[in-house]
Every structure is written in C-alpha cells, then in structure tokens.
Design a protein around this ligand. Structure first.
Ligand code: CA
Ligand code: CA
Ligand code: CA
Length: 348
C-alpha cells in the first residue's frame, strides 16, 4: 500500500516578545512521501531561528495528536551541529514531548543560535507503523527556553521573568507598565515573590540592579487579612495599612506577606515583624524602615527587600512576571495531516 502524507505547516506567532528567540517555519506547506511504511521525514529542514534573545538552554518539541508508536527526534544525519557533542534529548512516549537540552548553555555551544538552528533542522518525524492511513492530525510545537528565563513554580505552572530597564520609573508607573509587557501574548504583572527559590530567580534577572516589586503597604480595603486592598496613595489609607505589606499584582494580589510587630496607627517603626504563614519576605535587619514615608517594595542592588517612597526616582527599572501558564510558551505549530484525509475534511 502506498501512503502519502502531506505536511501542512501553520504558524501561530506571539506578539511583543520580550528578549525571546523565535522560530520561523521555512516552508508553510509541503508534501512528502512516507512510502514505504516506516519512512521518516524531516519536519522542517529549513526552520529559521532568529539571532535575538538570550542563551538557549532547552528546546521542547511537542508532538500533538500523536498515535502510540509515533516518535520525533533530532539526528545529525543531515547536519553537523557542534551541539551534537553536548546536547541531550529525551522523548516521552506518553506525552509526545521531546526535550533537547544543552547541559552547559552558558559556556557551551548553546550560545550559538546557528548551532541550535542546525540541530533543529534535523528534527525528524517517525510515524507509528500502521497509522499512516488514519484520519488524524499531528502537530509539532516548538518551545524555545532561554537560560534563566523560566521557573517551574510550586503552583504547578511555569512562570517567566524579566527585568525591564527604566531608569527613574516610579512604583505607580511600574505597576501598569508591567501589565503592558507581553510574553507570547500573555499579560505580565509586577513581580511577586512567594519563596526563596523564586526570589533567587527573580533577582537573577538583573544581578546588582535595583527594581520594583509588587509589594506595598499603602493599601485600601481590609487590614491585615489575607485578601483585599489595592494601592491607594492617601494619608488616611496609609495610616491604617502602614506595616501591613501585601502583594498588589498577579495571582497573589491582596495577599499579606509581612506584618510589623510594632504596628499601630501612625507608627512607622516597623523594622521588626512577622512573615505571614506560608508567605515569603527577605528584609535585611534594618528594613523596612519607612524612612520618611516608604510604601513600595524594591529589590536592592545588594539583593534584598527594601521599602522606598513610591515616587523614588533612582530605581533602575522593574521586575515583570508572567505566571499561571499551564504550558510553556508556544512558538510554532506544525500540522502534519494525512493527505487522504483532505478529501474528507469534515472529519476534522
Ligand atoms: Ca510570583
Ligand atoms: Ca510604609
Ligand atoms: Ca527603606
């Protein structure tokens, strides 16, 4: 039986990418023969990886709509990427995800986008025997993960981070600015930190650089609880919420993470306090000090929490976070469709 497969390549590109490498499919529609059965095919021998962005650590190739026995893998049969001496690849036959990792991306060949591009051009699809004539669609979704840009959050989703340089930006301006930052179409928010691991990851986006986080102790709404409130710059609000530090963005919006032990209305000596149960803080011994009137949270250039005036004019920028994603960012989707099925497309 002669079998023919047509490859239909469909692009779903993101918008307003932040420091991200992107993949572009070379040929949106092409057809190849997979005869005889057992023949494999290069998914896209001309795939293009742009030269912008950070150092690539991992590329995930997710085979969707796959049948038991399907396989995707990279091979050096048609290219000679230097990465071949260092990369590892692992295919999960249950999820259909191929993970290709450079174990030493910062000093190895991972710094070269051309090397990764050459390797990805060798990605090959091996259809399961006996499934060529079935009316189904295979997809291959590429996800390029740059070193230090993503974090498997304890909430079970992936979170992405970046530091946006914006010298002198105030906290009230940084908060909406973070929302205007998109990661593959996902809306960002001013950074929130719920663990020491996340602090390390967040601060690692800009070592030695000061930047705003979403913490605030000038909140409207309920006091001291675990929810409610949002930033409000008014003397009355500040008096009531002084010393109660909450996150004012993201999934943690309204969560209390720190209460000053010496809190009292109008009292500003809140250097000693208590991290709320299950929350995280990273104040040094002399902070927060509410020196003058400080109601907004930063990571200092020394790598710790500090409270600052909301309109403090010499912070270098802000940390933005994208969270709650059930999957990693999608770069490209390729549909692999049985040619015969085109004649009966109502089934799709
Ligand atoms: Ca967070
Ligand atoms: Ca304060
Ligand atoms: Ca301070």
């Amino acid at each position: 039986m002669k079998c023919m497969l047509g490859l239909f390549l469909v692009l779903f590109s993101g918008t307003s990418l932040v420091a991200a490498r992107t993949l572009t499919i070379n040929n949106p529609v092409r057809r190849v023969s997979l005869f005889p059965e057992g023949t494999s095919v290069l998914v896209d021998p001309g795939i293009y990886l742009n030269s912008d962005g950070g150092i690539i650590q991992t590329v995930l190739c997710k085979l969707g709509g796959f049948k038991s026995g399907d396989l995707i893998a990279v091979t050096t049969a048609n290219a000679s990427p230097n990465l071949s001496s260092t990369y590892t690849q692992s295919y999960d036959a249950v999820t259909g995800i191929l993970s290709i990792t450079d174990p030493n991306p910062t000093s190895g060949e991972g710094a070269s986008g051309a090397t990764w591009e050459a390797l990805l051009r060798t990605l090959r699809f091996y259809p399961a025997t006996g499934n060529l004539s079935q009316n189904n669609v295979r997809t291959v979704e590429y996800e390029v993960l740059e070193s230090g840009s993503y974090y498997a959050h304890p909430d079970g989703t992936y979170h992405f981070y970046d530091f946006i340089s914006s010298a002198g930006i105030t906290w009230p301006d940084a908060k909406p600015a973070a929302v205007s930052q998109l990661w593959y179409g996902k809306v960002g928010y001013l950074g929130t930190i719920t663990s020491s691991d996340e602090f390390t990851f967040m601060a690692g986006q800009a070592p030695g650089t000061s930047g705003w986080l979403a913490g605030c102790d000038s909140m409207s709404g309920s006091l001291g609880g675990t929810d409610g409130g949002t930033y409000a710059l008014s003397a009355a609000t500040d008096t009531l919420s002084e010393g109660y530090w909450k996150w004012d963005a993201g999934p943690e919006a309204g969560q209390l993470f720190w209460t000053a032990n010496t809190h009292a209305a109008g009292t500003h000596s809140d250097k000693t306090g208590t991290t709320a149960p299950g929350r995280y803080s990273n104040w040094p011994g002399n902070q927060p000090d509410n020196s003058g009137e400080e109601d907004a949270l930063q990571i200092t250039s020394a790598g710790a929490f500090n409270d600052l005036p909301v309109d403090y004019g010499i912070v270098a920028g802000y940390f933005v976070e994208w969270g709650g994603m059930s999957e990693l960012a999608t770069v490209v989707t390729i549909k692999i469709q049985n040619r015969n099925a085109l004649k009966h497309s109502a089934g799709f």
